[in-house]
Design a protein. Structure first.
Length: 386
């Protein structure tokens, strides 16, 4: 996954993106971020996607309209039009790429990209992931597949363990588990209720809470936690077999800034395991990190600077997490800039607050309110002192 160039896809008029080891997408709602992310998944994993869809009794389709609706969701076939141009890693793709080919082998295809959608909490609305086939046909593929992946993951191993789902001593680095506990679960334990149907429950202070009684942040985080478990095996294996890339949409949803920092640490752990990660976000916390990371990288700072940034105590797991991140990893940031009725995707990776380009200096609008507030307060304070 090196680069993608787009012309006329959905609301996106033009995009020219070079991926870092970690790439952030920022921009207002309905600016095409999800469409582009789902397209990346489709280009990388088309064969496996087709295999999965047909495995659950659905028809892939023979026309581009049928296939686009099947994958992106009902009514979405118009995002790819006669003017659409897609170039991924230097290869040009037209809409015919999506159509079934004679002699195309896909039965042994595997997933290379794991997609964590923004609507992930829907998967657990009853405290347990839903089957792929339980969703209406109009639901985008990425949500149905995500739900089914978590269901199979829980059924295949986690649900048979006597240990709680969280915390688990063999999963995630101990400082990261502690960070998640302190910022999200507060000494609560996630367990599986097997008295009737399998359901996740939160045991805290002698109270056992069903999923719908959890806090909004806890509910939003739970599918993320299961995803991190899935991507970070408890065995000595560094990462999930075959998976090379990870997309996470809006990991900050429902979370306090301290909890967002905990999620960010886990994303860095994915980088340390050599996944390439794309994150769409509306959180200034994540861009503050990207800004600091690139300055530290340019200054050739050592790993200890990251330790201080996250206020962590030096330990072997943390040393492994931060080892050579500043020296070997790159972070790029792109802004989906809505101009009238179209979107231009712009590189704002410097995140330079002194830039004359407002998109860069205001971090794609994420820091604009803070900047205005600071200016107004400074002006009033100066006038009063004068």
């Amino acid at each position: 996954m090196k680069s993608i160039k787009i012309k006329s896809l959905g609301p996106i008029d033009e995009a020219n993106i070079s991926f870092g080891d970690l790439t952030f997408f920022v921009g207002p709602q309905a600016s095409g971020k999800s469409i582009l992310l789902q397209l990346i998944k489709l280009l990388i994993d088309k064969k496996h996607i087709r295999r999965t869809i047909e495995q659950y009794g659905f028809v892939w389709g023979n026309t581009e309209e049928e296939i686009l609706d099947r994958y992106f969701g009902e009514g979405m076939n118009g995002i790819w039009n006669r003017n659409t141009e897609v170039t991924y890693n230097g290869r040009v793709y037209d809409v015919d790429y999506l159509k079934p080919k004679q002699k195309e082998s896909y039965k042994d295809a595997t997933d290379k990209l794991f997609y964590i959608p923004a609507q992930r909490v829907i998967c657990l609305q009853n405290g347990w992931p839903r089957y792929f086939s339980e969703y209406e046909d109009a639901v985008p593929y990425i949500l149905r597949d995500f739900s089914e992946t978590l269901r199979q993951f829980l059924e295949s191993g986690l649900s048979n363990k006597k240990e709680s789902i969280f915390p688990q001593t063999q999963r995630l680095k101990e400082p990261l588990r502690n960070s998640i506990n302190n910022s999200i679960f507060h000494d609560g334990k996630i367990v599986i209720d097997k008295s009737n149907k399998k359901r996740l429950r939160l045991n805290i202070n002698d109270t056992s809470l069903p999923f719908m009684a959890w806090s909004a942040g806890q509910k939003e985080f739970m599918p993320l936690l299961l995803s991190f478990y899935y991507l970070c095996p408890a065995s000595k294996t560094t990462r999930k077999e075959d998976i090379k890339y990870v997309i996470i949409e809006e990991p900050e949803m429902g979370l306090h800034p301290e909890a967002i920092s905990s999620v960010l640490l886990q994303i860095l752990d994915l980088l340390s395991r050599d996944y390439k990660v794309i994150v769409s976000t509306h959180s200034p916390v994540l861009l503050e990190f990207a800004w600091a990371f690139n300055i530290l990288k340019e200054a050739k700072a050592n790993d200890q600077s990251l330790l201080k940034l996250f206020e962590l105590t030096k330990s072997a797991p943390i040393n492994r997490l931060f080892k050579d991140l500043l020296q070997t990893k790159t972070i790029n940031t792109y802004y989906f800039d809505r101009v009238q009725k179209s979107v231009i995707v712009r590189d704002i990776s410097s995140l330079d607050a002194g830039s004359e380009d407002l998109a860069t200096s205001e971090w794609g609008g994420l820091s604009s309110f803070s900047s205005k507030a600071n200016d107004i307060v400074a002006t009033i304070a100066a006038a009063n002192n004068g």
